[in-house]
Design a protein around this ligand. Structure first.
Ligand SMILES: [Zn+2]
Length: 455
């Protein structure tokens, strides 16, 4: 692996609390942390005759903090392009997704996740939250190591060079009224929440790139009387706790029919909401739900490209932001892995709904894609180009066919993942000249997907 510079000179860098990028910023790094951030301005620049950056490595383009992909199901990447042409809805898509879930084992899962996480690195993602529920063998029996599938994900992220928050997901039932898991769902389940807690608690990877958190799959998949076991497990560890919430109106209707309240109200009652909790989607909340989320300081992860792909609807992003709810972003089913696309969709979807423009500033979108997401994954010291922060630096070309002539502040409305030129994670160079340094991403994706999709 090439030696990573410790002094970078960014043509532009997007610094915290700045409405737009700053030109000519010297960024110094030591042992994976940012130790100095110096906008050179005129006082220190070449015009002043002080060449303070002679030994710094130039970073042409715009350098932003590491991007955070807060919601991922790595294996869904195998479905890209296979489910988009036909009719149907979320539920017909889910049947196709189960077909892939049924074919994975620890080796094929490692190969697929390694390639998918490397694709994320190419897109500027420095940390991923994996919402992991493929725990057991297809018939529901445990592997010799009951956390073998989770261990495969930890190894995959290490190979890809990005950080991972493994959100070990409790998944017990198939319907809100408690029907048992059946068919391909059997491998998701641990029986009850205390057995889930036992297995999840036994998984204690010591690798520096990984953190373990918890997830409630949804109110469909965890009965009300089991919710607090998961919430307490996360609370004892001060670990992130994530939950799919109100992605579909049907989930709201079923929850009201069975419990007489909304999914958000049910989660609030059983202690699932709170400052370490992230609700994923929240596409169909009531105004009372938004108050519960805001009052409990629960964050929301929007997954706009998946929500559009699955015909879920448009979440009320502006209302959430006005309520003070912290927003983050995820590529979820990986129909697209492009945090620029997720970020601008937050603004553009709101325009479609309201027929008005200008709901989120470019800096708001960057915050959602970087620091807010890292915080939601338990890495509060990442996602900012600031002294003391983790040295995650993502450099985007401003001279590609898409970005040429675009002012740096407009990058989130113009760039795609293909414009990411270089990625540094915790001070280590992972992507250079637009190529992953240790994974042949297209070749590994093709091979890994071929191995798990029906021919
Ligand atoms: Zn999801």
């Amino acid at each position: 692996m090439p030696v990573t510079a410790t002094r970078w000179l960014a043509e532009y860098a997007w610094l915290p609390e700045h409405a737009e990028p700053t030109p000519d910023v010297l960024i110094e790094v030591d042992e994976g942390r940012i130790t100095a951030v110096t906008p050179l301005l005129g006082a220190h620049g070449p015009d002043a005759g002080v060449d303070v950056y002679a030994d710094a490595v130039p970073l042409p383009g715009l350098t932003v903090p590491g991007l955070s992909n807060v919601h991922s199901h790595a294996f869904h990447r195998a479905l890209r392009g296979r489910t988009h042409g036909g009719r149907g809805d979320f539920w017909t898509w889910r049947d196709q997704m189960y077909g892939v879930a049924d074919r994975l084992d620890p080796d094929t899962y490692l190969a697929l996740a390694r390639a998918v996480y490397a694709e994320m690195a190419l897109a500027g993602v420095t940390c991923v939250g994996e919402f992991h529920y493929l725990h057991h063998r297809p018939d529901g029996g445990a592997y010799d190591d009951p956390n073998e599938m989770g261990a495969a994900l930890v190894e995959a992220a290490a190979h890809a060079g990005i950080r991972l928050t493994l959100l070990d997901t409790c998944y017990l039932t198939s319907t809100v009224d408690g029907q048992a898991l059946a068919g391909p769902q059997r491998r998701f389940g641990d029986g009850d929440a205390s057995r889930w807690a036992q297995r999840a608690g036994a998984f204690q990877p010591t690798d520096a790139h990984v953190r373990v958190g918890a997830a409630v799959h949804s109110v469909r998949a965890v009965p009300a009387d089991q919710l607090s076991t998961v919430a307490e497990w996360a609370g004892e560890r001060q670990a992130p706790l994530h939950v799919h919430l109100s992605e579909q109106p049907a989930e709201n209707d079923e929850c009201r029919a069975v419990h007489g309240r909304s999914p958000t109200a049910l989660l609030a009652e059983y202690g699932v909401l709170g400052p370490d909790t992230t609700a994923v989607h929240t596409t169909h909340p009531t105004s009372a739900d938004l108050t519960l989320l805001a009052d409990s300081r629960t964050g929301v992860c929007l997954c706009p490209t998946t929500e559009r792909d699955l015909a879920d609807g448009i979440g009320p992003a502006r209302l959430m932001a006005e309520a003070g709810i912290r927003l983050s972003l995820g590529s979820d089913s990986h129909a697209v892995i492009d945090l620029f696309e997720e970020a601008r969709a937050v603004e553009l979807d709101e325009r479609l709904r309201t027929r008005r423009r200008g709901h989120f500033t470019p800096a708001d979108l960057l915050t959602a894609a970087s620091s807010a997401g890292h915080a939601a994954l338990g890495w509060a010291d990442a996602g900012r180009i600031a002294v003391g922060a983790r040295a995650d630096l993502v450099t985007v070309r401003l001279d590609s066919a898409r970005t040429a002539g675009v002012p740096p502040v407009g990058t989130f409305f113009a760039a795609t993942a293909a414009d990411v030129e270089q990625v540094v994670v915790d001070g280590r160079l992972v992507v250079a000249a637009g190529r992953h340094l240790s994974v042949d991403v297209p070749a590994e994706l093709s091979a890994a997907i071929e191995a798990v999709t029906p021919s």
